[in-house]
Design a binder for this molecule. Structure first.
Ligand code: HEC
Length: 97
């Protein structure tokens, strides 16, 4: 029975780390976020995420930034939408672990 304790901890910690789905985040980002970044930077706007130095340097900050931006622009996203967009940005540009 002793062995079951670490497993339980692992299971309990999963929801907190539940990663978003990048495939679902991509269209949301295109719809609500890209235009303004393009207007600012030109190209496809991705320079916002690849510039040096970038504002965002870890996955937690990325999640917070996506949440802050989505509320600023009244995107009407749920937390899982934000997680999906953060996951897409991370997979595509930031590549944080
Ligand atoms: C009205 C214009 C505008 C809209 C809309 C917008 N952004 Fe931004 N975004 C900015 C600006 C300006 C910055 C740079 C802020 C700075 O340098 O302090 C930025 C920076 C960022 C960064 C940080 C880039 C870095 O340096 O690593 C992220 C991430 C980001 N935006 C995500 C989003 C997401 C997600 C959305 C859609 C919900 C969004 N933005 C919508 C203007 C916008």
């Amino acid at each position: 029975m002793r062995n079951s304790i670490p497993l339980l901890c692992l299971l309990l910690s999963l929801p907190a780390h539940a990663a978003g789905d990048p495939k679902l985040g991509k269209p949301l980002h295109e719809k609500q976020c890209v235009a303004c970044h393009v207007k600012l930077l030109g190209g496809d706007g991705s320079g916002m995420y690849t510039r040096k130095p970038r504002l965002i340097n870890d996955a937690v900050a990325l999640g917070q930034r996506v949440a802050a931006c989505s509320s600023q622009v009244n995107a009407g996203w749920f937390p899982e939408d934000e997680a999906n967009v953060a996951a897409w940005l991370n997979q595509t540009y930031y590549k944080f672990k």
